[in-house]
Design a protein around this ligand. Structure first.
Ligand code: MLT
Length: 275
């Protein structure tokens, strides 16, 4: 078994899926909401949502394979495999359906889940994500980042990623948050980082899927997000029938951590509209 790297607010629960252990938190009662983290983060990035939303909903935050306290097997990763892991977790929890909230890579995973098992998806929150597949240039950048991870370790990846994940407001005025994100990334296994990079590089284009999405959808973007800028969020919100778009001021890519109150308000409004 690989060594555990605790960076959690809660004591994780573990489930065995496909020969590996996945860690998750499960708090509150009510409508089940599953939160899917960004690359190369882990479930602890959802701490502000776990606290606020679990007052009125059942909040499940998952360490995807390769992250946090889940195992990080050295092998080929894919969005379909992540989606399979999630469906196995839902089975284990006896949940037929849930609301899924994903940020960036978590959003790519929601698209995969919608393709694989749409009946398990009650509603979606797509935060800081994009529907298009990678360009050749983006795929090459993923390969280069995997080489950084291999040669210099996760802390070098953290330095590359910080300006992409946090907006200028947080970078200049929230040293605590900068340190927290740096620490989460620095503790991530290189096998998990490389696995994600492969999975993201190979993910299909989801733009044609958008008009077919039949469940309620909320799209969220930080107004300072340069990784998945406003136009990506607008494209998604315009194409999904009935989707709502919320723009979070003074936030970059990790808008849920940078402006948790505004992010939570948007989530709470959306969840109440589902009840
Ligand atoms: C993320 O936040 O999950 C990543 O920035 C997504 C990506 O690299 O495409």
């Amino acid at each position: 078994m690989l060594p555990r790297k605790p960076f959690t607010l809660e004591v994780a629960v573990f489930v065995e899926v496909d020969g590996i252990r996945l860690a998750y938190d499960d708090q509150g009662t009510g409508i089940p909401m599953v939160f899917l983290h960004a690359f190369p983060m882990n479930r602890t990035m959802w701490a502000p949502q776990l606290v606020a939303l679990s007052r009125t909903a059942r909040v499940i935050t998952v360490d995807l394979r390769g992250h946090g306290e889940s195992d990080a097997p050295l092998w080929h990763y894919s969005m379909e495999q992540f989606a399979g892991d999630l469906c196995a977790l839902l089975d284990r929890l006896s949940l037929a359906q849930a609301v899924f909230a994903g940020l960036s890579m978590g959003g790519y995973l929601i698209f995969s889940l919608l393709r694989r098992s749409p009946h398990r998806v009650k509603a979606i929150v797509l935060a800081g994500t994009r529907a298009a597949a990678d360009s050749d240039e983006a795929r090459h950048a993923r390969f280069m980042l995997a080489q950084v991870a291999y040669a210099k370790g996760a802390s070098a990846v953290a330095e590359t990623m910080l300006p992409k994940l946090l907006g200028p407001t947080s970078l200049t005025s929230r040293p605590d948050l900068v340190e927290r994100v740096r620490s989460i990334i620095g503790r991530t296994e290189v096998s998990g980082i490389a696995g994600d990079l492969m999975a993201m590089a190979e993910r299909p284009d989801s733009r044609a899927l958008l008009p077919t999405i039949a469940c309620p959808a909320l799209v969220i973007v930080g107004e300072e997000d340069t990784t998945t800028p406003l136009q990506e969020a607008r494209l998604i919100a315009d194409q999904i029938p009935g989707a709502r778009l919320e723009i979070i001021p003074n936030a970059g890519h990790l808008s849920n951590l940078e402006q948790p109150e505004a992010f939570n308000r948007a989530l709470e409004r959306f969840v109440s509209s589902l009840r």
